[in-house]
Ligand binder design. Structure first.
Ligand code: ADP
Ligand code: MG
Length: 687
């Protein structure tokens, strides 16, 4: 679109390099480099009407000028305009300025008026010597994000030139159908950009600064649309692959369901149906299953796996930690054995001979379900016929890991179906934007009989009370977790802290059976400890955050988390989700150490007040913003510069609908739009 003769190409190399630093790689990027704010140089205010705290442009005559050395070296000029006197202070200045601003000179200054010692003043105002016939600006002056060596005025000129260039080349033509614009009351694209770069005199500042002006909304809509288009195009492209058609094996599913000690919740039944329908399609499922901690995703995964297996295709379940993978292995082996389905187990720490045996079962098609940690895919695993890949706790995996997994599945039968499961609920606006390349199912209900966990916040200086509570609970036959502080900087230090905590607690509780579990233990040690805890042979389990995901021991009803102020909200929610799974009310004690940072205090308030994972996730998003919230995912997804998911939720909905229409009915316009917005950004969605 930009190709044959870009304005950018006419610039010197050094100028281009500076633009690159701002991420401006095409004419269009320049045009979309929108002001951070504006200055109003369209009118003059009399000094006497200056209001402290407000920005004003004032013109007057220099009456005094002196360089003071006390209390700080500074240049002070007195300006007066007949209505009053304004004092200008400069702590950094050049000799040339001292010379130019001699008494009698007329100056036009723009800056924030302040109440000074001896009247109104401005510190470091923008200053210009008034030349004969120098009129006022006719538009608000844009203030752009700049970089070193590229002054505001130069950048503004480049943007203006680039704008004229693309305008002349007819590259700003309207792409969005008229009807859509009318419905959402959006102004034309070209006019919106022209307006934002040069709002006419008299435009109220409020809507510009808050970015609620219709011109801003148009730009945000187009940005959201570009994101939707790229995600949806990607979704469609993956959907164009072939996948094995997996019919629902009714008797097999019934056999599993009737062997369970519970019946599915309404919410589970709904998502099972959604998944089952996808699997029967001739193109690969790409579904994200969200369900709060404890909502019962495992059985949903098991049913999906059975649908694959019932059609003669293998299924894989991949988990982020060894403990979790092992737990799935044990649970599913028990569920599947009576159905005559054999399960293979792969882990990173497995002995060579054992691994070889398991691999043979997989390659030969003897094992129909394969469970393991992601280490499972670090070396090639040859499947007989792979129909479905299930990724538990998907948020723990990076995009690249997901990709690697999919590539291995490319076989004669087509691409395997994919089910990603996440216990970190994704707020609706996020799942509509950054996860728009997936179909989403939500389990929005917990199994019956759960009582919410009671959360307590306790200052770490009151450790004795916590200790007493644990002792009491364990003597009454309950079990407890003690979660060690997270030390992000160093795994070695984290381990050391865990070992020390364990030793201390062992001395504190000579009467209890305690054990320590952490990520460095080998899988046999880990599973032996988890088994002992499950069976009640261990009463107090001291653990690092390895128990964060998935671990399921219903009799454990008490949890202490040390230095809770260091942990993120989703991590705290996950940890807390380990308890309250049995008959007793779960109690989670969050110990924190003063002083608390503002963010830490807010996080603790959120986790204290809320138990609903979706609400916690929403609060988390508000505290952190989407970039940080998304973590690994963001690398492959176009990020948003202008739109704000909360504020612009209505535009997001509209963009979603329009994206699908454009892709279907106006594919060329869709391509143009993506090229405009994302063309120069090479890293956009390649998942
Ligand atoms: P998560 O969604 O966190 O992975 P799990 O699948 O581990 O949750 O399930 C949590 C617990 O709830 C398990 O002990 C599981 O057997 C049990 N469970 C799952 N579904 C139901 C149900 N419909 N009724 C009662 N208990 C259930
Ligand atoms: Mg789980």
């Amino acid at each position: 679109m930009n190709a044959p003769h870009a304005f950018l190409d006419t610039l010197s190399d050094s100028l281009q390099q500076k633009l690159h630093k701002l991420g401006l790689l095409s004419d269009f990027d320049l045009v979309l480099h929108l002001p951070l704010r504006y200055e109003d140089e369209t009118r003059l205010s009399p000094i006497s009407e200056g209001v402290p705290g407000q920005v004003a442009q004032i013109e007057g005559m220099v009456s005094e000028r002196e360089v003071l050395t006390r209390p700080r070296r500074q240049l002070v000029c007195k300006l007066h305009d007949g209505s009053g006197t304004l004092c200008l202070r400069f702590f950094h200045f050049y000799a040339s300025q001292v010379a130019a601003w001699s008494p009698g000179t007329r100056l036009r200054v723009l800056g924030e008026v302040r109440a000074g010692f001896g009247g109104l003043e401005m510190i470091h105002p923008k200053c210009r010597v008034v030349q004969a016939g120098m009129g006022l600006a006719t538009a608000l002056t844009p203030v752009y994000p700049v970089t070193a060596g590229l002054p505001q005025r130069t950048l503004a000129k480049l943007i203006r030139q680039a704008f004229e260039h693309v305008q002349q080349a007819a590259l700003l033509t309207e792409i969005i159908p008229e009807a859509v614009l009318t419905t959402h009351r959006l102004p034309a694209f070209e006019a919106s950009l022209a307006f934002l770069h040069r709002p006419p005199a008299g435009t109220p500042m409020q809507g510009l600064q808050a970015r609620t002006h219709p011109a801003w909304r148009r730009v945000k809509f187009d940005e959201l649309l570009a994101q939707q288009l790229s995600m949806r195009a990607h979704y469609r492209q993956r959907r164009s692959h072939r996948a094995p058609v997996l019919h629902r094996p009714d008797s097999l599913l019934k056999a599993l369901l009737s062997s369970l000690a519970f019946t599915l919740t309404e919410a589970q039944r709904k998502v099972v149906a959604e998944i089952s329908r996808d699997l029967a399609q001739p193109h690969p499922m790409q579904r994200l299953l969200q369900g709060d901690v404890g909502s019962g995703k495992t059985v949903v995964a098991a049913l999906a796996a059975l649908q694959s297996i019932g059609n003669g295709f293998q299924a894989v379940i991949m988990a982020p930690t060894e403990i979790l993978a092992e737990q799935h292995y044990q649970k599913l082996s028990v569920w599947f054995a009576p159905l005559g389905v054999s399960v293979a187990w792969l882990s990173g720490s497995q002995k060579k001979a054992e691994r070889k045996l398991e691999l043979e079962k997989i390659t030969g098609g003897l094992a129909m379900l394969v469970i393991g940690t992601h280490a499972l895919f670090q070396e090639p695993v040859q499947f007989d016929r792979l129909g479905l890949v299930i990724i538990d706790e998907q948020h723990r995996f990076g995009v690249s890991q997901r990709l690697a997994l999919r590539m291995k599945g490319m076989e004669a039968d087509g691409v395997p179906h994919q089910l990603m499961m996440s216990a970190t609920p994704i707020p609706r606006t996020l799942s509509m934007s950054y996860f728009a390349d997936l179909d989403v199912s939500v389990i929005d209900q917990l199994p019956p009989g759960r009582s919410p966990v009671v959360t307590k916040l306790i200052d770490s200086s009151r450790r004795e009370q916590v200790v007493a509570r644990i002792r009491e609970a364990c003597h009454a036959g309950r079990q407890a977790y003690w979660v060690c502080p997270l030390i992000e900087e160093s795994e070695a230090l984290q381990l050391q802290t865990a070992v020390e905590t364990y030793q201390t607690l062992n001395q504190t509780f000579p009467d209890l059976k305690t054990a320590l579990i952490h990520g460095r233990l080998d899988s046999h040690e880990k599973s032996a400890i988890m088994a002992a805890f499950s069976q009640g042979a261990v009463q107090l389990l001291v653990a690092t955050t390895v128990i964060e995901v998935g671990v399921d021991v219903p009799n454990a009803s008490l949890m202490v988390i040390e230095h809770a102020e260091r942990m993120g909200l989703s991590q705290l929610h996950q940890l807390r989700g380990r308890i309250g799974r049995g008959a007793d009310t779960g109690i989670c004690i969050l110990m924190y150490q003063q002083p608390l940072s503002e963010v830490a205090r807010k996080r603790l308030q959120v986790i204290f007040k809320h138990t609903d994972g979706f609400e916690i996730a929403r609060q988390d998003l508000l505290l952190r913003g989407p970039g940080e919230y998304l973590g690994t995912r963001q690398s492959g997804v176009p990020m948003l510069r202008f739109a704000d998911l909360e504020q612009d939720a209505d535009l997001l909905e509209a963009a979603r609908a329009v994206a699908d229409t454009l892709l279907r009915d106006y594919p060329q316009q869709a391509q143009w739009h993506m090229r405009r917005w994302l063309g120069s950004r090479k890293d956009y969605l390649r998942v």
